[in-house]
Ligand binder design. Structure first.
Ligand code: NAP
Length: 266
């Protein structure tokens, strides 16, 4: 049976560990190698808490991709490496699937151009949880009818970027459904800087970072005499793996960059 050869970047991380298990357990995937920030030359079995498998560990993505026949680079590292890893993947004719967050609109536009020049599909998914995709789609629908909205996202305190990629993506989808508007009292004033949260096209986004949290988001719509709250909770990192599997399979059929799993779900 032909399997999909996958390299996981970030195998010791919270997401990377789950992705390593997925790639090992899924019959149609082969875990070809992993890319770690250290442990070059080791094998997966040498890394604490990872499966006892003879999978090579590299610190250099380019060397890893040139030494193996790789179909998909699955990147679950840190915001400052996601873009660089994608460029390296393209230059080795490898399709990137990226869960790492922190991409700007410019990054995405430039990476899409690169992807199309190479004719290689790519997926950047700020959230792999199917329930979170539904939360975004439902919010987009609600925004047609209720245009005052604020977003509260909550994550574990190890998260580097704020607001979350999901919150930004949700706000962008809502912005596409309504005209830019200033919310709250026209004369409101922050007594403490940041009290009203970040602002995207008039929408406020509030980021909570606490130990014990995984990934949670509430989108609160307010209308006269009523509110509507659309909420999603990822209770553990396994919640992301069906979406990761879908993305690794789908990317092989794409010839451009897709930003957001919602474009791959009917
Ligand atoms: P994490 O626990 O901090 O893990 C990140 C891992 O990547 C660490 O083991 C880190 O190693 C490693 N790493 C950093 N730079 C690297 C590099 N250049 N090459 C190889 N490995 C490198 O973070 P996480 O919670 O797993 O999240 C990873 C990323 O996915 C973040 O950007 C997060 O926001 C995002 N995320 C996405 C989703 C989604 O559904 N799309 C869900 C959750 C999280 P060191 O510790 O040695 O630096």
């Amino acid at each position: 049976m032909n399997t999909i050869n996958v390299v996981v970047a970030g195998p010791r991380g919270n997401m990377g560990r789950e992705a390593v298990s997925l790639a090992l357990e899924e019959e149609t995937f082969t875990l070809t190698a992993v890319v770690d920030s250290k442990n070059d030359g080791a094998t997966l079995s040498d890394l604490e808490g990872l499966p006892n498998e003879d999978v090579p560990v590299y610190t250099d993505v380019a060397r890893c991709l040139s030494e193996h026949d790789v179909d998909v680079l699955l990147d679950l590292t840190a915001p400052k490496f996601g873009r660089k890893h994608m460029e390296i993947a393209f230059s080795h004719d490898v399709r990137p699937v990226v869960g790492t967050t922190g991409f700007s609109e410019t990054d995405i536009a430039e990476l899409r151009t690169l992807s199309e020049e190479k004719g290689l599909g790519a997926i950047i998914a700020p959230n792999f949880a199917i329930g979170a995709i539904l939360m975004m789609k439902f919010s987009q629908l609600a925004a047609r009818y209720m245009t005052d909205v604020e977003i509260i996202e909550q994550h574990h305190d190890g998260k580097l970027d704020a607001p979350s990629g999901t919150a930004i993506k949700t706000a962008q989808l809502i912005a596409g459904e309504r005209d830019e508007k200033r919310q709250g009292h026209p004369e409101e004033k922050e007594e403490l800087r940041g009290a009203r949260g970040a602002e995207l096209e008039g929408m406020r986004i509030h980021s909570v970072r606490l130990p014990g949290r995984v990934a949670h988001q509430e989108v609160i719509f307010g209308g006269v005499g009523q509110t509507l709250t659309i909420r999603h909770d990822s209770l553990n990192r396994q919640s992301f793996m069906p979406g990761v599997k879908l993305a690794v399979e789908k990317v092989l059929t794409l010839e451009t960059l897709v930003y957001g799993l919602e474009h791959l779900i009917d």
